[in-house]
Structure formats: C-alpha cells, structure tokens
Design a protein around this ligand. Structure first.
Ligand SMILES: Cc1ncc(COP(=O)(O)O)c(C=O)c1O
Length: 388
C-alpha cells in the first residue's frame, strides 16, 4: 500500500510507552496520570440508574442540556461570570477532544500556533493535522516561568493561536493574573485566539487561586477554555470534558465536533448531571485532597536523592534525580522500571529541544499506600546508587 504519513515522526505517547513497560516489567506505575482509587459510589449508582431509565440514545450534539446548565452554574460560582449553557458550552470526549476541535476550528494551512515547552503532548499533532506549525517556547526548570517579551518577539503575522495550560502538566506550575494580563496586552488587536487548557482548574496548592481566562475581562472574549470531568471526578476513563468559548468561537468548534464525535456518551452525561445536582460543591475539596498527597510523597522522598521540586498545582510531583545520576531522563526512567520496578514519566519528551535536566514526573493521584510503596522503592534504589 502506498501512502505518506501525515505525522511521520510521531510514535506512541510517552504515557503509553511507560505504562506498557510497567506491565512488561511488573513495575508499580506511578507515571501515567490516573487515580488508583474508586470513584464515588454515588456516581456509579447514578450511572446505573440513568441506564435503567433508558438514557441510552444519542445525546444532543452540544451535550445534554441539564449537564450544560450545571456546568454554567458551576462556572459562574468559580469565575463570577454568567455563561450561556446553550451558546457557549460544548460537551466533548474528554479535554482531549475539546483541544483538538478548538485547534481545527481556528488553525489553517500556514498558520502558526505558539506553545510552551514542556508541553502536553496533544497540542502539536493537532496543529500539524490542521496544516499549521507550532512555534515552541522552552520554559526552563525549576521555575518554568513565561517571559512575555520573548513571546512578543515570537508572534508573527501568521500567529493564529497561543496555547496555555495552567496548572501546567508536567511542570506543576501555575499562571498568575499578571501572566494573563500580559498575554491579553500582547494579542490585543491581533487576530489571535487563546486556547486555555484548564483541566486542573481545581488543583492548586497552598491557598493559590486559579487564574482562568473565563474570569479575565479581555481574554474571555477571545479564548477557548478546556475542562475535564476525568480530573474533577477521578474518572479519567469516562472521557467527559467540555469547552467554553464565546458564541462565535463555539459555533466554529461545534462544526468540528459534530463531524468528529458528533455527540458524547449520553448515560455518562446524565449520570454526571444527576451527581452534580446532589453534590454541586464536589470540586471544593480537591485541592486539599491532592495537597495532602503531594505533602505525603514529598515528605517521604525529601533527602533521598529524588528531590521533590516545589509543586504549585496539577496532580503531579516532579523529582530531581541529579544527586544520583547524570544519565538522560529516558534512560534513567527505563532503568528505574527495570531495577526499582517503578514507572515514572521523563520530562524531555515534552520538549522540542530539552534543556539539560534530570527531572521525572510522578502522579500523586494514588492511594496513600501506593505513594508510600513508590517512595520506598525509590529510596531503596537511591540508597544503592548514591553517588560518591
Ligand atoms: C494538561 C492536560 N490537558 C488535557 C488532558 C486531557 O484530559 P482528558 O483526559 O479529559 O482528555 C490532560 C490529561 O492528562 C492533561 O494533563
């Protein structure tokens, strides 16, 4: 068969690679971002109920109305702004589909999209499939801060999209309101849309508050904001997310969505809607829940040679193994799978041109016993391989 690949250099994602290696080697998987504890039984009960009640046919293309109404109410509580559930919210197959649809809606052949490395891995392929090109700005550890003057110098007449992600996976940093102000000033009067990946909107630590584009007086009119119930309800396999955008952008996004997935699993949408009706404040406890896990893991690792890097948000924790080895992160992560029987995620695959660093990403959305066992394996490995 003769054909040419549209993404010839793209292989399997680092998450799949590491999870597969974890299975092969019988390793504890603390790499890929998914909880190892059950969802709230009331959420599973709601699903059983709605299926028995017959909610089993196509959902509306835009998403189940009552779910969109609950999302709008939640967003208004969080970001102090009314959102029209009919014209501004679209339910998608996870945050991933929302990101893909938004890119296809606004990027065309020859267009440029600016993204920040270390970047979540779905952004660039989506831009390339739309015929566009990603301009990648590398953020440097450990602060991973954005230099907005640098971004200004990177913007060209072809820039159509800037993709931001806060709290940011995998750096565990967050953008401030001042960052959003700088971004707004930079794109003012330019034909540039913002795609804001906010799937960790509720997971900020130490009293920080999430700076959403939805709460920003200028950005909210020029942005797609992407969210995920996978993260908020500890149900990554349900694949329910949503995109919020002003009506004109939502119309364009829906043109892609309706020919991509058309509509999303209806019983799951009804179940989430019913669950949110009973527990509207479900997201309220997430930051404290994950902060306790971050503190547990960081406390167990401090001084071990796997040094925790301060984390401001997301459900990950970076560790620096520089005191143990100068090996590159891909090789070192594979060695950990083989020798310590623990799977982590190296950071270099999130960069186009990785700076020198010795960082691994650990997922803290795990039972405390899993985190303790992970720390024990890492400490044992470190004790065996301590330098000098
Ligand atoms: C930064 C970021 N964006 C988007 C997603 C995708 O979310 P979903 O699982 O809802 O598709 C993830 C998932 O890990 C993520 O970490």
């Amino acid at each position: 068969m003769r054909f040419s690949s549209k993404l010839p250099d793209v292989g399997t994602t680092i998450f799949t690679v590491m999870s597969r290696r974890a299975v092969e080697e019988g390793a504890l998987n603390i790499g890929q971002g998914f909880p190892d504890y059950p969802i709230d039984p009331r959420l599973s009960e709601a699903l059983t109920e709605v299926i028995a009640e017959g909610r089993n046919q196509y959902a509306p293309m835009e998403g189940v109305v009552e779910l969109r109404e609950r999302i709008a109410a939640k967003l208004e509580r969080s970001y102090g702004r009314p959102i029209d559930p009919h014209g501004e919210i679209t339910v998608t197959c996870g945050g991933t589909e929302a990101l893909y649809d938004a890119v296809q809606a606004v990027v065309g052949p020859g267009d440029e999209a600016i993204i920040f490395d270390p970047a979540y891995d779905v952004y660039e392929p989506a831009v390339r499939l739309a015929g566009g090109r990603c301009i990648r700005i590398a953020l440097t550890p450990p602060a991973f801060g954005v230099d907005w003057d640098d971004v200004r110098r990177t913007v060209t007449d072809r820039t159509r999209l800037i993709i931001i992600n806060s709290p940011q996976n995998p750096s565990c940093t967050v953008l401030s309101t001042e960052d959003l102000d700088a971004l707004a000033a930079l794109i003012r009067d330019r034909p540039i849309t913002v795609l804001s990946d906010e799937v960790y909107e509720h997971v900020l630590y130490d009293g920080r508050r999430h700076a959403s584009v939805l709460a920003h007086p200028e950005l909210r009119d020029v942005s797609f904001a992407v969210f995920s119930f996978g993260k908020t309800l500890h149900a990554t396999g349900w694949r329910i997310g949503y995109c919020v955008a002003p009506p004109a952008l939502t119309r364009e996004l829906r043109k892609v969505h309706q020919f991509n997935t058309f509509s999303i699993v209806s019983p799951l949408q009804y179940a989430i809607s019913r669950y949110l009706a009973a527990k509207p404040e479900v997201a309220g406890g997430l930051a404290a829940f994950f902060q306790a896990k971050r503190d547990l893991l960081a406390g167990l690792l401090r001084g071990s040679g796997f040094e925790p890097v301060p984390a401001a948000g997301t459900y990950f924790q970076l560790v620096d193994y520089g005191a143990l080895s100068a090996e590159n992160d891909m090789d070192f992560a594979d060695r950990l799978i083989r020798e310590a029987k623990i799977a982590t995620i190296p950071l270099s695959p999130f960069y186009a041109a990785p700076p020198p660093m010795t960082l691994l990403r650990l997922c803290i959305a795990k039972q405390d016993a899993t985190l303790a066992s992970a720390a024990e394996r890492l400490r044992a490995f470190a004790a065996k391989h301590a330098r000098g």
